[in-house]
Write a protein that binds this ligand. Sequence first.
Ligand SMILES: *Cc1c(COP(=O)(O)O)cnc(C)c1O
Length: 419
Amino acid sequence: MSRLDRSTAEALDAADELARFRDRFVIADPDLVYLDGNSLGRPSRAALERLRQVAEDEWAVGLVRSWEEWIGWPTQVGDRVGAAVLGAGPGQVVVSDSTSVNLYKLAAAALELRPGRSVMVCLDDEFPTDRYLLQGLAAARGGEVRVVGVDPSEGLQPDQLVDALDERVAVVLLSLVSYRSGALLDLERITRLVHDAGAVALWDLSHAVGSVPIGLDAAGVDLAAGCTYKHLNGGPGSPAFLYVRRDLLDRARPPIWGWWGHRDPFAMGPDHEPAPGIERFLVGTAPIPSLALVDEGVALVAEAGIEAVRAKSRALTSWFVELADARLAPLGFVLASPRDPDRRGGHVSLRHDEAWAVTRALVERARVVPDFRTPDRIRFGVSALSTTFTEVWDAVDRLVGVVERGEHRAVDASGRRVT
Ligand SMILES: *Cc1c(COP(=O)(O)O)cnc(C)c1O
């Protein structure tokens, strides 16, 4: 018997304190190995029940009267997200709009917080929407985007950031966990470097939230936003969160002045008066069914505890890397994520010359769902509350089979709209 046998995975599952959470999710097909919860998390049973309740009881029965309750949800759910997974005290988080829209709102506010500075810094390997948003802002307001080139497997090194900072930089937008490699940055240290240069630190927490512990207040972060449909399991298109540090709230001005950001929306007054608190960053009517789903997703992570989630997530990705070294490296797969688990979030990427065809073969013929990221990476995400060590073993074993049998040469590897 060897350490790399399936029985080791079974023993790891037997000893796993979070194993009991798997039953809390809807696992429609137990044979499907789902390693894409970092792109779209699974639904929990509680979430579906809550959705039914919102639709049948609150919407169908309560009708418009239910808004009396619902109107408070963007901030109430925001506070719960803040407490459970962001390390943020109350009154600094709302859940609304998409991550893209929220990043735009925050980057625009950041520019105004640094009058006389107009450079916005981001990475060449950043999730594209982040870069596009800054480009759009620069085009609209006459600023400039400074793009830092980084190694797409190892992520940003602090020295590279220091070299890009000067007295013209207004804001630095970075992902805590890189969407491609999973590289995890040091939130406190990087935020300090940005502050030392006099700039605003704006963090995209999309791949980090619900997977790694985050201490926004402790790190002195200025602004942050991120997705709730990834590790928080809020469902497709669920609204994103947005954080503004308390002492910036009266100065940070959102670029979109909607009625939900007004001091008193139902006064229906002639002119915009921003709400005094974080509500000023709301824009329009909240997506109530989705907000309820976010609430349930966060509640489950809170119940498990983010430290326990991180410990298991780390163990799962380490198990994947151990198996990949032994069984996939000989087949041409190269680790495209930091090897040190302290520098890695909740997913691992592998590079392969035929990555796209291999991804298609895994999905179509081996019942394993990872995702593909250009140009040559397959991304494997683990969800600590539902992924098992045995699933990780099965994914690697099925991947070996697919490549050994040459099944990736037999699939239709033409383009798709979604990869
Ligand atoms: C998933 C992701 C997004 C997605 O933004 P949406 O507005 O929800 O489409 C943005 N940034 C990063 C880093 C992401 O990983």
